[in-house]
Design a protein. Sequence first.
Length: 431
Amino acid sequence: MTRPSSAEPESVPPPPECPAHAGPGPVPLGGPSFQTEPRAVYRAMRRDHGPVVPVELPGGFPAWLVIGYRELHQVTSDGELFPRDVGLWNQWEHIPQDWPLLPMVGRPLPSIYFSAGDEHRRHARMVGPALEGADPFEIRSHCEQLADRLIDEVCSRGTADLVADFCEPLPVLVLARLVGFPDDEGGSIAQVLKDLADGGPGAQEAHLRFGEHMTRLVAAKRAAPGDDVTSRMLAFPEAFTDEEYMLDLMAITAAGHLTTADWISNSLRLMLTEDEFAQSMAGGRRSVGEAMNEVLWEDAPTQILAGRWAARDTRLGGRPIRAGDMLLLGLGAANTDPLIRQSLTGGGFAAQGGNGAHLAFSHGEYRCPFPAQEIAETIARTGIEVLLDRLPDLELRVPVADLVRRPSAFLRGTTALPVRFTPVRTTGDLS
């Protein structure tokens, strides 16, 4: 398997179309190189700017991209100096209502994702136990059943697009069950989240539909509680409004959907495209879990996370940071920081196959909650295991060069994963 090494020279030039190719000015945060050659982009950034990079967001808005592992650890560890408080942003007076990154950056809202400080901790006290209450064995059972259902829909054809047919629908169907939706609404939730992720003209309408689903769910679970995340949230002793419950449920479901889908598809892509890795798995020397961990280091679903905002003037990585400046967390870049790679005995796969020091789930107070990480891992691992058990001879039916990455500097996934396999019977025909 061909993989970048920590010894890879930093002087390797970026491709000509690379946004960092122009030199030490602010780097436009967009363009095809973020999809095709992200490591070259980050090498050029480190060479020209160091661990904290001035970047330019769509519309010409300035921000800092933190790509150094130590600097990112510093930012995420200091919630007082660098809170996730979007209200601090010093660019609000210039931001138009239709700015394309507004849904990702957000506005101050009473939810676990768009609140800071004591208010964030209040929401975390409710959401954390509600997620922890999900039985791991039950989650795995849901995953196996729903994975089998999705595979049954394609297994007799001999071909499939794993992204559309499996990787994207599986997480949201499982999450819909966990928060308390009946199965017949799972498909609707999946479509809403797909429309949101596409970011097209229907995204705003999809966001409204998403909120309506969650509002109805809160009302239904207040009337008839069950063994689900929503009921456990409603039973929490501190007082919350229906809007807060609705927004937190939207955050839980949306945050767990696309990232888990891309974790599954990126892991399958690794297994299908890296011959050495596939052979070592076939020989029992590598596991599904190692492939998944490799992806979190090398090909993490969330490459850039917005964000943190400086509470006062300070310095970071030798850069002057002004109060209200936005800091974007370069999770993918930090994981490939040569300084951290050198500390991992050479930075090869063997050194980090079981190393969990990656920043794929962020770090610090505002990281992805541990129960949510565990749920995502269970969904991804179980889904992949069921798929490989049912369709053991999967192979790509297009050249690797034809696989297209998600068109975003922030998210890293594959838009389609066309495969062929020997047709098999559905689970209903196996008895």
